[in-house]
Design a protein around this ligand. Structure first.
Ligand SMILES: NC(=O)c1ccc[n+]([C@@H]2O[C@H](COP(=O)([O-])OP(=O)(O)OC[C@H]3O[C@@H](n4cnc5c(N)ncnc54)[C@H](O)[C@@H]3O)[C@@H](O)[C@H]2O)c1
Length: 460
């Protein structure tokens, strides 16, 4: 099949690369020239500067200019295309609604080109972007306004988890396709022929509106589960005596009906999707007069988690941040990615700076380049107080306190490094419960405050 993928960010690049592995002729289109040059170079470091996903650079290098082409102009490519996947950004507006301007800019441009095709074979425009319920219908209107002949619309939401995108794109849990006609379902089946009769992958065909809703319900349900553990599990562990959080989790999730995924307590879930998708769903339901109390509580709990440990450190441990040096371990929104969109660390940095810290000594195995973009001193001179370091040890050196904000596995062995690098009195603030042997550190005179546990004052 001849496929265009419009938008080559996290979703579009992964989708284009994995589609090319199945022998489709894939044109990955973007308006960002620098991004395209980096992809065309097929150099891992350059590709990963934009999208850092295990295995992705290899798939691109293997298929580039065989099945996968990076283009900044669709004029000569539009002929004979079977499907156009729309993988454009849909960030939140201030009121929580989805900003569809990138999406409609791209769609209007593409509709203009489609209207002028010579070859008028059936083409499907497929929404992979997360878009409000009803957007496929609006897309249909745009095609009508441009008199595009023989075109259909489909909704095929993306569920990829960052950090495992290639693997999950090859073996998704499910593929959801919402369309209106047999012809369009049939085109989608040919594109996804590796999944339609798969023994494990569920291939679901439904209406475009249902497909759009599935994405929002799935994402907000995941965040609801995370917020349940934070809003209930963490509060129990912090306020009632003698509760072991890890045992609580194991005991509760030793039940086939209860998910182990998400059964952790943390300083909040970040990333480009959860926050914006729940805000968008709240907006969509409010717009039709429905109550959204549950969703609002879920969103509030998640936001609260991001910085509340700083307030606990002040209230429970008597900490003062003014003029202090804080080591900040972890900047990415979760492990195995360099993505910092909506990462908890963004709010942690803001909160620490607002409380007058002298220096933030930051370390992350992948996200330092991203962090420098987010914390640009030209936009806020206080960001000059952030210094970047090549190892946890280097970040810890000469610090007064530690804040752990990302669940990188390498932080699990931190206690030795802490003992070897910084001496008590020293406060450890653990947003991810990454230090399993924290009681040892407390015995040796370190203060420890973690999500899900009461403050442990130094014992010596
Ligand atoms: N990131 C995720 O984990 C994830 C997962 C599932 C779904 N989604 C959804 O997928 C969509 C895309 O997300 P993303 O993270 O890949 O976004 P992204 O910001 O990483 O990438 C978007 C790309 O679109 C390009 N673009 C913007 N306007 C364009 C235009 N007019 N024509 C062509 N290209 C254009 C940008 O240059 C950029 O390369 C969003 O709706 C998002 O909610 C994201």
């Amino acid at each position: 099949m001849k496929i265009i993928v419009a938008g080559t960010g996290f979703v579009g690049l992964t989708h284009a690369a994995v589609c090319s592995e199945y022998g489709h002729e894939v044109y990955a289109y973007d308006i960002d020239q620098q991004r395209l040059s980096a992809y065309r170079s097929t150099e891992r470091a350059q590709i990963e500067h934009y999208v850092n996903e295990p295995g992705l650079a290899t798939v691109i290098a293997e298929n580039h200019e065989r099945y996968l082409f990076f283009v900044d102009d669709l004029t000569n490519i539009i002929e004979g295309v079977d499907a156009i996947f729309l993988c454009l950004p849909t960030p939140p507006n201030r009121d929580g609604s989805s900003d569809l301007s990138y999406y409609f800019n791209a769609v209007t441009h593409i509709a203009g080109l489609l209207a002028k095709r010579q070859d008028q074979r059936r083409v499907v425009l497929v929404n992979k972007s997360t878009v409000p319920v009803g957007t496929a219908r609006q897309l249909e209107q745009v095609l009508k306004q441009h008199n595009v002949p023989n075109a259909g619309v489909a909704s095929n939401p993306e569920f990829l988890p960052e950090g495992n995108a290639v693997e999950k794109s090859r073996h998704p849990d499910r593929v959801v396709v919402g369309a209106d006609t047999d012809e369009d379902f049939s085109i989608m089946r040919r594109i996804y022929s590796q999944f339609t009769n798969h023994v494990r992958i569920r291939y679901l065909e439904t209406t475009p509106e249902t497909a759009e809703a599935i994405k929002y319900v799935a994402n907000t349900l995941l965040l609801t589960y995370i917020s349940f553990w934070n809003g209930v599990g963490a509060r129990l562990g912090e306020s009632l005596p003698n509760i072991r959080m890890e045992d609580l989790k194991r005991g509760v999730t030793s039940d086939d009906r209860i998910s182990t995924w998400g059964s952790y307590v943390s300083n909040g879930a970040g990333g480009s999707c959860f926050g914006k998708d729940i805000q968008s769903l709240i907006y969509q339901l409010n717009s039709v007069g429905e109550a959204t109390d549950l969703l609002q509580a879920v969103y509030r709990i998640n936001e609260y988690q991001k910085t509340y440990l700083i307030d606990r450190a002040i209230e429970e441990a008597g900490a003062s941040f003014n003029n202090k040096t804080v080591a900040l371990l972890g900047l990415a929104f979760k492990q195995r990615t360099n993505d910092m969109r909506d990462a908890s660390s963004l709010q942690v940095v803001e909160a620490l700076l607002a409380r007058g810290v002298r220096e933030i000594r930051a370390y992350d195995p992948l996200a330092i380049a991203e962090a420098k973009r987010f914390f640009n001193p030209e936009q806020n001179h206080l960001f000059e107080r952030i210094t970047y370091h090549e190892s946890p040890k280097a970040a810890l050196a000469e610090s007064d306190m530690l804040f752990i904000s990302t669940d990188w596995e390498e932080f699990r062995g931190l206690s030795r490094t802490i003992e070897a690098t910084v001496q008590p009195p020293y406060l450890i603030i653990d947003g991810r419960r990454m230090i399993p042997d924290f009681t040892e550190l407390v015995k040796r005179g370190y203060g420890y405050i973690a999500v899900g546990s009461p403050y442990l004052a130094p014992e010596s």
